[in-house]
Write a protein that binds this ligand. Structure first.
Ligand code: 2AM
Ligand code: CA
Ligand code: CA
Ligand code: CA
Length: 261
């Protein structure tokens, strides 16, 4: 595959940060884990990976703005382009040695996501999406699954975290969906849940209260694989509300019907 220069910059940065995460995975006991908020862990691994991503991306595109989970907002001189970066999505999995975590890099131009890279260094799966050009996993073009019977579908969700979201509402939604699908999953890394929908491994996924860095790259991945992604509640922008639902057009529609009741 021939990707654009911007994608190549993102892939190089993700792979370098990925090497850092892999090194740190081998010495979890030295990572100085702390809590940023209820059930929101951060470690040296998150911070080191973000520093690498910031350095590489800022060097290649000096004017672009940068929003990273651990570094906050850094404005650029180019007001139309912003990197949206999660240096380690799935920190809880990472700290438990569960190999379901990823680096997620999205590029937004004037409010539209135009490029996304999601990289899981544990299994070397690299997902790439570019607006209008498709989505790829290790250079293979991706297409969402085609199932049209909800009772044949495997759907993933995210659980509301301690101190966030409406836990009762979630239990109602989860029960309603669980009763209709072939299987329900909870993997714990939002970027990879979206990537799995793009890859046709999952038929659908929904989660509330996410942040832009969790989903910017993944939302584009699903769209470029032919899927439908939206805000759960309204036709609003999930990138802004953090409440995301996706699948093929049919599965998305069915999930929305259940979740909006
Ligand atoms: P993180 O590992 O980068 O924090 C899993 O449901 C998703 O929620 C992950 O993408 C995870 O990203 C995020 N997450 C984990 N703990 C969280 C918390 N306490 N509040 C908000 N988001 C959280
Ligand atoms: Ca976090
Ligand atoms: Ca995250
Ligand atoms: Ca993170």
């Amino acid at each position: 595959m021939l990707y654009s220069a911007t994608i190549n910059v993102m892939v190089k940065a993700a792979r370098r940060a990925g090497r850092s995460l892999k090194r740190d995975l081998g010495e979890i006991e030295h990572l100085q884990v702390s809590l940023k908020g209820p059930a929101n862990f951060v470690s040296l691994a998150d911070k080191r990976a973000e520093e690498i991503l910031y350095q590489d991306l800022a060097k290649a595109r000096p004017g672009y703005g940068f929003i990273g989970e651990e570094g906050g907002m850094r404005e650029g001189t180019d007001k139309s382009h912003t990197w949206i970066v999660d240096p380690l999505d799935g920190t809880t999995n990472f700290l438990h040695g569960i190999p379901q975590f990823a680096i997620s890099i999205g590029l937004v131009r004037e409010g539209t996501i135009i490029a996304g890279v999601i990289y899981n260094p544990a299994n070397d799966e690299l997902y790439i999406a570019e607006r209008g050009k498709g989505a790829f996993l290790n250079d293979q073009r991706l297409r969402v699954a085609g199932r049209r019977q909800l009772n044949e579908c495997v759907v993933a969700c995210g659980l509301p975290h301690i101190g966030r979201g409406d836990h009762e509402e979630f239990r109602r939604e989860m029960t309603a969906i669980q009763d209709r699908v072939a299987g329900l999953r909870r993997f714990g890394a939002a970027s990879l849940d979206l990537a799995f929908v793009a890859a046709g491994r999952l038929d659908g996924y929904w989660e509330r209260n996410l942040q832009s860095w969790d989903i910017a790259a993944g939302m584009l991945m699903v769209r470029e694989a032919g899927g439908t992604v939206s805000d759960i509640n309204t036709p609003g922008d999930a990138l802004v509300t953090g409440d995301v639902v996706c699948g093929n057009e049919f599965v998305h529609g069915e999930l929305v019907k259940i979740l909006r009741k």
